[in-house]
Structure formats: structure tokens, C-alpha cells
Ligand binder design. Structure first.
Ligand SMILES: Nc1ncnc2c1ncn2[C@@H]1O[C@H](COP(=O)(O)OP(=O)(O)OP(=O)(O)O)[C@@H](O)[C@H]1O
Ligand SMILES: [Mg+2]
Length: 318
């Protein structure tokens, strides 16, 4: 289980050097500096009593806050790559699952002594989980472990620019003064270079997909029906080993329940860097206006951003 606590494949090469700060949003360059400074805390101690090397950061935690697609996960993975020795990277949900599976004491034992615990998408929705994680992190910090975390996408967050740092610091209570908070502004990077819209490859492109390992073709409606029969925690199994997914006859999603399940699948597909080849309606138009205006707006916008990126990857690959 601990072996899976590494950055997703997509972030295997994420480094500070290949993060391109947007000059229009100075907070991005500042974020790179903040990560660099934080990582300098692991650097070798240079100089003696009178000539000290780079000053270790005073706080053992770094919290990267920002809207979607500004590179929070990229920077957190870059930090993980800079950490020496034993270190872990996972989503908040993965860590709570770890505690669930091992029990609290064994989870502490497993994680303690690590140089870094990186927690992507710190969730604040469930007070019990938040308390559990705060307690766990408190113990690990006592032992010298440092923490990197990013904000998640709260379901009720309208607008892309909402910062969650105040909520985060309030909820983790006893730990709040241990975190340096970095706010990253800017636009969705996935939309900076890629085409603005999802690519519809068309029926012939879907039909031309090879019948090979790593490639699947599904009827969109049947896929959505199937998702209802699988717990979202198991969607990761659906994308295992997958490189290219064909989706035939994409249609607008009938309701919020189906839409949220599809969002969960999109996240797994995106983590696994699957290329999408689709026919029917453009995949960035499957969420209705009512959905986009509702409480889950930010989740849908993020899924759209990810779908745009994955269909563009599909167009490049085919
Ligand atoms: N400034 C940047 N320079 C280079 N690559 C970037 C930059 N910002 C983001 N990326 C890349 O864009 C993609 C999206 O970024 P990332 O997933 O880190 O954003 P995020 O803030 O975590 O978004 P989300 O809210 O979707 O979790 C990744 O592939 C990442 O490597
Ligand atoms: Mg992220």
C-alpha cells in the first residue's frame, strides 16, 4: 500500500524547472520560490557556527492554495522529488484509506521518519477525517517529518479563484501555525496551450481504434449506466493499464448523479493519462447549464478542462 504513495504517472517528471510561471500572475513565480526555499531545509548544512548556510524554513508545513489547473499538484510533486530519503505522495483520500486499512497506530508507524508527506487535495468536507489527519500530521511533525499539501476543490466553491486557505487553517487548528501558505493565482494551464475545446474525433476514428491491450471502446450511454454499478472508489480499476479509450456516441448527461460519477471517472482517466477518442457530442458539453450553474460548478469546470486535455491527447496520438 505504501508503495503506491508516489506521484501519479503524469507527474513523474514534474520539477520546479519545468513549471513555467505565468508572468501575468506573479504569485506563480513566488510559489516556485516558496517550494525552493522549503526544500532548502533539507539541504546540507554549510558553514560553521558563524557562517551558516541557507536558513532552514521555520515551519514544517507548506500549503499550496489555488484554483484548478494552476499547477498545485505539479509543484507538490516537484517538492516530493526534491525530498531526500523516504517520502510519500498521495491524495487526502489515499491517506485516510491507509489509516482505515492499517489502523491509526500502524499508519503512524509506517509514515513516521519520512522526510516528507505530500497530501494532494486536502479535503475539509468531513470533520472526522480532517481531525484524524490533523492528529496524524501533528504526530509526524513531532518526529521531524515535513508536510506539503494542496487545496482541493470544495463542492460549494463557486468561481475558480476562491482560495481555501482560511478554511484549511481553521480546520487543522493546532497545526495552523506550522504551515506556510502560498496562494497561486492564474488561469487553467491545461487551457493555455491546448485547443480551447474538446476534440470530436468522430465515428470513423473510434472505429479505427485497434483491438489491442490498453485500448477500449465503449458506448457512452452504456458506460454511464455501468458507472452506477461500481463504487467510485473502484473506478481506478477500470482505467488500470489503459492508454486510449474510445467513447462512442457521447451525449449530454441526464442528471447530477450521473454527472458526478462521470467526473470521478474523468479524474481517474486523467491521473492515468488516458487519451480519449470520442464521437457524438463534444465531451466538454456533456454537463448541462443547470449543472454548471449549481453547487458543483467547479468540479464540472475542472472535469471539462481535463476532458479538453485528454481529447487533445487523443487527437495527437491518432
Ligand atoms: N506553470 C506551469 N508550467 C508547466 N506546466 C504546468 C504549469 N501549470 C500546470 N502545469 C501542468 O498542467 C497540468 C495541470 O496542472 P496541475 O494538475 O498541477 O494543476 P492543479 O492546480 O493541481 O489543478 P487541479 O485543480 O486540476 O488539481 C499538469 O500537467 C501540470 O504539469
Ligand atoms: Mg491537482
Amino acid at each position: 500500500m505504501a508503495a503506491s504513495l508516489v506521484p501519479p504517472r503524469q507527474f513523474a517528471d514534474a520539477r520546479l524547472e519545468n513549471y513555467r510561471p505565468d508572468p501575468d500572475h506573479p504569485s506563480q513565480a513566488e510559489a516556485v520560490e516558496a517550494v525552493r526555499t522549503f526544500a532548502a531545509g533539507w539541504g546540507p548544512r554549510t558553514g560553521g557556527l558563524f557562517r551558516r548556510g541557507p536558513k532552514a524554513p521555520e515551519r514544517p508545513g507548506l500549503y499550496l492554495d489555488g484554483g484548478f489547473g494552476v499547477g498545485k499538484t505539479h509543484l507538490l510533486a516537484a517538492l516530493w522529488h526534491l525530498a531526500p530519503g523516504r517520502k510519500y505522495f498521495g491524495t487526502f483520500i489515499e491517506y485516510t484509506a491507509l489509516v482505515g486499512a492499517l489502523g491509526y497506530a500502524d499508519a503512524v508507524r509506517l509514515l513516521s521518519g519520512a522526510s516528507l508527506i505530500a497530501i494532494d487535495e486536502f479535503e475539509l468536507d468531513d470533520p472526522g477525517d480532517t481531525m484524524l489527519m490533523s492528529r496524524l500530521l501533528g504526530e509526524l511533525v513531532q518526529g521531524g517529518t515535513r508536510i506539503g499539501a494542496t487545496s482541493n476543490t470544495p463542492p460549494n466553491a463557486l468561481g475558480e479563484g476562491r482560495f481555501a486557505a482560511a478554511d484549511f487553517l481553521r480546520e487543522i487548528q493546532g497545526l495552523s501555525d506550522r504551515f506556510t501558505t502560498v496562494r497561486i493565482g492564474g488561469l487553467d494551464y491545461r487551457r493555455r496551450d491546448a485547443a480551447e475545446a474538446a476534440v470530436v474525433a468522430g465515428e470513423s476514428a473510434v472505429a479505427a481504434l485497434p483491438d489491442a491491450a490498453g485500448t477500449t471502446v465503449d458506448d457512452f450511454g452504456a458506460l454511464i449506466d455501468h458507472l452506477a454499478t461500481v463504487h467510485p472508489a473502484r473506478y481506478v480499476g477500470l482505467v488500470d493499464g489503459l492508454r486510449t479509450a474510445g467513447l462512442r456516441d457521447v451525449r449530454p448527461l441526464p442528471g447530477q448523479t450521473e454527472a458526478l460519477r462521470f467526473v470521478a471517472l474523468v479524474d481517474r482517466l486523467y491521473d492515468a493519462q488516458v487519451a480519449l477518442v470520442a464521437s457524438g457530442e463534444p465531451l466538454d458539453r456533456v454537463f448541462g447549464e443547470d449543472m454548471l450553474a449549481g453547487g458543483y460548478r467547479k468540479k464540472y469546470l475542472r472535469a471539462i478542462s481535463r476532458l479538453v486535455a485528454m481529447t487533445n491527447a487523443g487527437a495527437r496520438a491518432s
